[in-house]
Structure formats: C-alpha cells, structure tokens
Design a protein around this ligand. Structure first.
Ligand code: ADP
Length: 649
C-alpha cells in the first residue's frame, strides 16, 4: 500500500472514530469499553453521570466498571467490581444482556441500571475487549415498588376496591371485594358492574357515572348491593374518577364498605331509645295514675277528720288522735300533690295562672303553709324583706308552693333550734328569694344532683326525713316555668345551705299592690240546700256531713241519673257534682239539669281529681258555674259557697 493510500485509510479511520465518539456521546444511556484485562478504554458523559464520578482510563485501579460501589439487584448484597456483568462478559466471552445491577455513587445515592455487556472480537475471532451499555431504570423501579405497595394495600383492605371502565366493565377486584360480594377476581373481572347492583338500584349507576365523567367524586353514598348468593348488603360507596396521563377520565375506582353491622347497630340503638322512651312514658303514666288514685281516698278522710273535730269538743286521746290524723293527712296530701304536679309537668299539663302580684304575698303564703313545721321544730326563724314592694308576674299559688317547699326542707334538714332565714330582694332586673339555714348542708358533689327527680343525698333510714325526693325537682320546674332559676349554695356537709330563686321582673314593673286578703276570716254561716253527688260513697257522705254542720240542708246521690231525679225532687241551690259517675257522667248530668226549667238557677260546681285546663273548659261548656279540684278544702268550699252571687238570695 502506498503512503498516500495509507494516509487516506488513516483519515477515514479518524473520521469514523470521531463519528463513533459523537454517536457515543449522543446516546441517552451510559456506555463504556474495556480491554481484555478490564482496563477502561473509553466512556461517555452519560456513564460519568450514572456513576457520579469519572474513572481513570487504562488504569488498573479502575477496572471492569467506573462505579464507586456495586450491589446485586436481586438481594442487595455488595459485589466486587470483578463480579460485574462486564467482567463476566469478558471472562466468558458470552454477552450479558438486560442484567440488573445497583450502582452506588460516592454521594451514597443508589441507582438501579440495566447492563448490556457484549464482548468485542477481531477479524480472527479473538476477544479484544467488551462494551457495556448502562440504562438507568431507577424511576421505573421506584414506580414499580410504589405500585406493588399500593397493590398490597388494596389487597389487604377490608373494603372492596373495584376498578371499572366508563362503560361499566370491571377491570380490578381486590380480596375485600371477594370477601364482601362473594365473587372471585376471575369471576368478576371483565363482567359488567351491574353484577352487584340490584335491579331496583340500576338507575343509581347512571347518576354516579355522570358525576364521575364530570371529574367529581361520590363520597359515602349509602346504598344496597347484591352478593353472589343473592343477599342484599347495606354499603357505603365512595367512587373516584381514574384519569389517563392526558387527564381524561377513563374509568372509576369504587371503594365499598359493608355497613350492614353499623346499620344493625343503629337500628338496635333506636329500638333501645324507643324502649326507654316507652318505659319512661309508662313510668310517668303510672305515677300520674298512682297519685290520682292515692288522692281520691284523701277527700273522705279529710272530711271525716274535720267533721269529728267540729262535732262536740273532742278531748284526751281522741283529740290527740285527731291531731295526728290531721297532720299526717296534710303531709300525705302534700306528697301526693307534689307527685301529681310533677306528672302534670312531664305531661305538659300544668298551667300557670299568672297575675300581677307582690312578692311579699308569695312569702306570706309560703310562711303560712310552712309555719306548722317551723313551729314544731322550734327553729329560730326570721324574714328579711326589702322596704319597697317588689311587683312581679307569676302564679302566686305555685311560687308560694316553691318557697314553702324550700322552707320545709330547711326545717327538715336543720336540727331543732337551728337558724332559718327567708329573704327577698331586687337584684337588677330580677327578684331574688333566698332560704338560708344552718342545717346539715349539702356535700359539693351532691349539689348538682339534688334537683333531679327522686334524688336524696342520704337515703339511709336513720337519716331519712321522709319525702320522695321530688320537692326540689318540682320547685325547679315551677321556677323555670316562670322564666327563672333555682340554685343552691352550700359550703358542704354540716355547713348549712342556701337556696336562691331568681325570677325576672316584668319589663315595666308597675307597683299595683293587690287588695289585702284576710285568710283568718271566720267561716260564714250559710243555710243552703245542697246536693252532693259522688260515686265514692265515703267521699259523698263525709262531705255531706261536713256541709251540714254550719246549717245547710244536704242531700246525697251516688250516680248521675239519680242526681237528676233528686235535683228535681229537692230543687237544691247548689249541686256539688263529681265528674266520673256511673250511669251518666257529670258533664252529661249537668247538661240535662241545665235543660230543665228548674235547673237554670242552680249553682253547679264540678268536683274532680283533674285540674287541667281541658277539664275546666269542658265543665264550663257543660253548664257548670265552678270547677274545684279534689280533695276540696271544706273551709274554702264553704267560703266560696257563701260568696257565690246566686247563693246569696
Ligand atoms: P325530699 O326532701 O323529699 O327528700 P327534695 O327534692 O325536696 O326531696 O330534696 C332532695 C334532697 O336534697 C333531700 O333528700 C336532701 O338530701 C337534700 N336537701 C334539700 N334541701 C336541703 C337542705 N335545706 N339542707 C340539706 N339538704 C337538703
């Protein structure tokens, strides 16, 4: 070969070399070459980036590979450089393609690469070295790892997680779905989602799909789905759109949670609440009936005692016994009345008769009612009233009942000779009544409880002062019905107690004192013709006896029809008519009497155990002039009879 030819060959070789070099640099992967000894003869910039370092060319300290450290991609064990794929390809002369390896950079960062190490042979087939192409697949590996983690989560979920296409074909079905719906993944994948939708719910799917196509989620939608064995399950469904890389919705994922148990628990809870409500209602009804039934026998008893007390001058043990009976009857009446009132309040049947009045009247009435107990125990009792009158709107009887209750308690729970103070004052826009005692006090932890029904601090018999534990409950309710509050303050056991009633004053508290009443007015002497009608013979007879004492002419009937006959016979001035009567009830009896020409001027008084407004209304409509609630206080009754306009004539 001539020199010029040689020069030409050299030039061509150099050109190819440059082109190869450029090609190598342009590759998006790392590439390097080694000689048969493993010395690195060339590498591109991508390989340097991959290794995170620049190896020395043709240097025995950098053999087989330019990486800092190497690890097996299978189990992460460290590899020596002579164990790498390049070394294997050179040693065996066999290409090593698509083999994974983990490379550690000097910074400690690890990357996963695919090695393609291929031996190079000369024309005679002798091995002259090898090239290795390294492709960084770290991102792909990471994505695969994430996916397999997610896959594991999906698989281990208790919820059913289902993927479906937009035309409703199931594409994935996890173990939760298998468990909940009974189909295996093989059975479900590829089939329409309607597989688990009951026929009557098929319409839902269109609505859900429309939302998903609009890119919206459907969350915690409670519905019913069908299992393989035909059971209907209550489930809560959350559905989200699945988008492709371009962001277009291409399917949906559904997470379904079996809420059958939750629903069952909920239903059970509601059932229990209903049961409790029923039990509470039954208890209230029972208490109302009990109080009502207990109260009926009290009327004849009270009448009889009163009659015995008035007939002649009882002396010695009889007078004593009558006193005992009188006091015990009063006590029992008070207990039963409290019980009745509580029942009425719980049944929303207690109505206040509000009027404008002076606070002092309330206190006076309360003290009057509690005087016997206060006197009996010999307490040091005093009242502190403000000099100016305090006027308020309220039900005088009910407010007096509240204060009397507090005074009775103060007296019950304060040792004989202890100190009890009743006070009243104006505090801003409120009237405040306080009952303070030096008694046994109330432990702090019990102070919240004592206003609850049937609560007593100390139930032990030796400490019991009698009572049902409803007084404070009732008092608080009555005060609340006036828009006010009842609270307690006690430093603790043995340190006395103070109860405060706070009632808002009317906006413009005009001072308009009521005319003075004289409770001690003497019983009037009347001479009326009275017909008493009651099917409780004891009640009728005893009331008749009592009414006969001051000079009245009294007749008795035990049923409605007989009452009409007798009224026609004796033409009474007044008929005291019970409502619950055999043969003809009180209302009908009153109506018939009113229809008679002789019946018009008669004063008709209804006597019933029921004091509600409806009953009053009803008796008014039936032609009654007055409506009295049993047990009637005979003195008050006679007082009223003497004041009736038509009775005067
Ligand atoms: P009762 O007096 O019938 O038991 P109450 O509802 O009136 O029912 O009172 C509830 C409980 O509050 C009483 O049993 C008693 O333990 C406590 N209590 C009420 N008033 C006082 C008071 N002034 N001093 C100490 N304890 C009281």
């Amino acid at each position: 070969m001539r020199i010029s030819e040689l020069t030409e060959v050299g030039r061509v070789t150099a050109t190819i070399d440059t082109q190869l070099r450029q090609l190598l640099e342009a590759l998006p992967v790392g590439a390097y070459a080694c000689d048969p000894e493993g010395l690195i003869t060339s590498f591109n910039q991508k390989a340097v980036e991959l290794w995170g370092r620049t190896p020395r060319l043709n240097d025995p300290t950098d053999r087989w590979c330019g990486s800092f450290k190497l690890y097996s991609a299978d189990d992460g064990t460290p590899l020596r450089h002579e164990e790498c794929w390049m070394a294997l390809a050179i040693r065996t002369g066999v290409p090593q393609n698509a083999q994974e390896i983990v490379i550690e950079r000097p910074t400690g960062e690890r990357i996963t690469a695919l090695a393609h190490a291929n031996p190079i042979r000369d024309a005679e087939g002798r091995l002259v070295g090898a090239v290795n192409v390294l492709v960084d697949i770290s991102d792909r590996r990471r994505a695969e790892e994430t996916q397999s983690k997610l896959g594991a989560i999906v698989e281990s979920s208790d919820d059913a997680i289902i993927g479906k296409t937009l035309d409703g074909r199931i594409v994935s079905w996890n173990a939760g779905a298998e468990r909940i719906f009974g189909y295996t993944a093989e059975e479900a994948v590829g089939r329409p989602i309607t597989l688990i939708i009951p026929p009557e719910r098929l319409d839902e799917e269109a609505g859900i799909l429309a939302k998903l196509c609009a890119g919206e989620r459907v969350e915690h939608y409670e519905t019913v789905r069908l299992t393989k064995d035909g059971r209907r399950l209550d489930i809560s469904l959350t559905s989200s759109p699945i988008r492709n890389a371009a962001g277009r919705v291409i399917g949906a994922s559904k997470v379904a949670r079996d809420i059958t148990e939750k629903k069952r628990d909920e239903a059970e809870r509601l059932r229990l609440v209903d049961e409790l409500k029923d039990a509470d209602r039954a208890k209230n009804d029972f208490l109302a009936t009990l109080a009502h039934e207990l109260r009926n026998p009290l009327a004849p008893l009270r009448n009889s005692v009163e009659m015995l007390q008035r007939s002649g001058q009882p002396t010695g043990p009889i007078r004593l016994a009558l006193g005992v009976m009188d006091r015990q009857l009063t006590h029992m009446t008070r207990l039963i009345d409290d019980l009745l009132d509580v029942s009425r309040i719980t049944q929303n049947k207690l109505e206040l008769r509000k009027e404008r009045m002076e606070l002092a009247d309330v206190l006076r009435a309360a003290v009057e009612a509690s005087r016997p107990l206060l006197t009996e125990r010999g307490h040091d009792f005093g009242v502190d009233l403000p000099p100016e009158p305090i006027v308020l709107d309220g039900d005088l009887t009910r407010l007096a009942q509240v204060v009397a209750n507090l005074l009775n308690n103060a007296s019950k729970y304060t040792e004989s000779g202890g100190r009890i103070r009743l006070g009243a004052r104006r505090d801003g826009r409120d009237a405040v009544i306080t009952v303070r005692d030096s008694g046994i006090g109330i432990p702090l932890d019990a102070q919240g409880r004592i206003f609850e029904m049937f609560t007593q601090v100390d139930r032990s018999l030796e400490r019991s002062e009698g009572g049902l534990g409803i007084g404070l409950h009732l008092a608080r309710q009555l005060v609340a019905m006036h828009g006010g509050t009842l609270s307690v303050h006690s430093e603790g056991a043995g340190r006395g107690s103070e109860f405060s009633v706070r009632i808002p004053l009317p906006a413009a508290a005009a001072t308009r004192p009521r005319p003075e009443r004289d409770p001690a007015q003497a019983l009037p002497h009347t001479s009326l013709r009275i017909l008493v009608v009651d099917d409780n013979r004891d009640a009728a007879d005893s009331l008749a006896l009592l009414l006969g004492l001051p000079g009245n002419e009294v007749h008795v009937a035990y049923d409605g029809l007989r009452a009409i006959e007798m009224a026609d016979e004796v033409r009474p001035d007044v008929i005291l008519l019970d409502i619950g009567l055999p043969r003809l009830n009180g209302y009908a009896t009153a109506e018939r009497i009113r229809q008679q020409p002789w019946g018009k001027p008669i004063i008709l008084v209804a006597l019933t155990g029921w004091g509600q407004e409806e009953a009053r209304q009803r008796s008014q409509e039936s032609g009654f002039d007055a409506h009295l609630v049993k047990p009637v206080d005979p003195a008050a009754l006679m007082q009223q009879l003497s004041q009736l306009p038509r009775a005067e004539g």
